[in-house]
Design a protein around this ligand. Structure first.
Ligand code: 5AD
Ligand code: FES
Length: 351
């Protein structure tokens, strides 16, 4: 019988476990082990970040996408989504509103949409950095060549988010059509690191065909990549995708993985995600209590939010969610943590 608590303590002490040890922990932990993990994860996060929770304002700039990931509601094969893209003016408006609300990081996220040419993106990044020099600009626009990533970086982009989705190439092939390449995706992450971006990666918990072995491989890949941020959330089925009838991931396992990530990389920026808040009403609060230290309130115009439909029942899409930041402020307060108005750079990045 493995002693999960011993493994958790070892992870906290050495920031490392062997693959087999991760597998055992992931597959065999009890509720009590999870409680112990979350306690340790909170202690570690408080050592590096105190009680602060960082905000990132998420602007969903387009739901056009050239990719066809089997899990995703805005995949190009889904003819039933109503497509939209924001104009430059729309995006700058979101930034202005966000700045007034206290955001110091803007995340421009979208499908892989050729409409957003390099010229347009460079102009937009420059304009945002010009207007708000104290803010960080984060991009989350999928796979590009290194040259293109470099252009955005030179224009002032600070960070890039690209989830690796799964570290296992066979598993990747089960989640994506054959023309999408795991190797290319992983190469993108190394390119981003090399250019000098603060990098975020991540994966879904409970995606179809996922095993504890694959999750252990995700942990080891992340350890090797050394990203500044890791975004994880449960897989949530979307009705108009090939995975419509698959089982979704659980909040329990998502929280457990958050705790493990915190102990493996104490200084990591770890968002408590919208997907976690979607499958559990207080999922985001629980995420913060399991080691997460970032939340990403939606800043997109309310009129487009329902269309950025990655999975079913996504929260923060109705009229009542016009100001997620207020809602989240109240929610965060219930955890004993507090919002910090700051860029929220990774500790190894602060000057
Ligand atoms: N359930 C949960 N997360 C999803 N994503 C895409 N589709 C789903 C889904 N059905 C995640 C992917 C992607 C991020 C933007 O959203 O991990 O990288
Ligand atoms: Fe968006 Fe609560 S955070 S509605």
């Amino acid at each position: 019988m493995v002693n999960c608590k011993t493994l958790i303590s070892n992870l906290e002490e050495t920031n490392f476990l062997e693959k087999e040890e991760f597998v055992e922990l992931i597959a065999q932990h009890s509720e009590e082990d999870a409680r112990f993990l979350f306690e340790r994860a909170r202690a570690v996060r408080e050592r590096f970040f105190g009680k602060s929770v960082y905000l990132r304002g998420l602007i969903e700039i387009s739901n056009y996408c050239a990719n066809d990931c089997y899990y995703c509601g805005i995949r190009r094969g889904n003819a039933s989504v109503e497509r939209y893209r924001l104009t430059e003016e729309d995006i700058l408006c979101c930034c202005e509103e966000g700045y007034q609300l206290g955001f110091r990081t803007f995340v421009m996220q979208g499908g892989e949409d050729a409409h957003f040419t390099d010229e347009l993106l460079v102009r937009l990044i420059r304009e945002i950095k010009n207007r708000y020099p104290d803010c960080a600009v984060t991009l989350s626009l999928g796979e590009r060549t290194k040259e293109r990533y470099q252009k955005y970086y030179d224009a002032g982009a600070d960070r890039y988010l690209l989830r690796h989705e799964t570290a296992n190439a066979q598993h990747y092939a089960q989640l994506h059509p054959a023309w999408m390449s795991h190797e290319r995706r992983i190469q993108c992450l190394w390119d981003l690191k090399e250019i000098g971006y603060q990098v975020g990666t991540g994966f879904m918990v409970g995606s179809p065909y996922q095993t504890p072995e694959y999750l252990a491989e995700d942990m080891l890949f992340i350890k090797k990549l050394q990203p500044q941020m890791v975004g994880i959330g449960p897989f949530v089925p979307h009705h108009a995708t090939p995975f419509a009838n698959e089982t979704g991931g659980t909040a329990e396992l998502t929280l457990f993985m958050l705790g493990l990530l915190r102990l493996m990389m104490p200084e990591l920026l770890l968002p408590s995600t919208t997907a976690l808040g979607t499958i559990d009403k207080t999922g985001r609060e629980k995420g913060l209590l399991a080691g997460a230290n970032v939340v990403m309130p939606n800043l997109s115009p309310v009129s487009v939010r329902k269309k950025y439909d990655l999975y079913d029942n996504k929260i923060c899409t109705g009229d009542e969610s016009a100001q997620c930041v207020n809602c989240l402020g109240v929610r965060i307060a219930t955890t004993g943590y507090q919002v910090e108005v700051a860029r929220g750079d990774a500790p190894d990045w602060r000057r």
